[in-house]
Write a protein of this length. Structure first.
Length: 151
């Protein structure tokens, strides 16, 4: 599988806004799922924590801020799983609305975010990703530019 397109052209600060919206959606929506028995309280708490950690990583990388220490305890596999579930949910909605350009764009953003999260080793994952995300994106964009210029 090829790398997602949105990983080839540099850093995407809008991923911070997307992750924050998703975390907010979970904080608003999951209590209803718990109340109706569609989700356990533990699962809701865990998934909200993971999405808040993802949002923290992207916000800190975007705004060059020190990360919240508590959120940096998140495990990479949890972030990859949460983003995979978000991608699958968006794909399910796309099957009902195949011409929805916003959903297509969302899927591409989520695929790119998940790709970036998979690029960092498990050891000190969140802190390492927060510190290196911008640098790695700049390096990839520069390499892509060199390849375009050589062609």
């Amino acid at each position: 599988m090829t790398d997602p397109v949105l990983t080839l052209d540099g850093f995407h600060p809008e991923f911070a806004d997307l992750a924050e919206r998703m975390a907010g959606d979970r904080m608003r929506g999951y209590p209803k799922l718990v109340a109706t028995g569609q989700m356990t309280p533990a699962a809701a708490k865990h998934r909200i924590f993971v999405m808040n950690a993802i949002a923290e990583i992207w916000r800190c990388a975007t705004d060059i801020l020190p990360p919240n220490k508590a959120l940096m305890a998140v495990h990479r596999d949890y972030c990859l799983e949460e983003l995979a579930e978000a991608i699958e949910g968006a794909k399910q909605r796309l099957r009902r609305r195949p011409d929805d350009a916003a959903l297509l764009a969302l899927i591409e953003q989520l695929r790119a975010m998940r790709w970036w999260h998979g690029e960092y080793p498990v050891l000190a994952y969140a802190l390492n990703m927060t510190c290196m995300l911008r640098h790695d994106a700049i390096q990839r964009a520069a390499q892509a530019e060199r390849e375009r210029n050589a062609a």
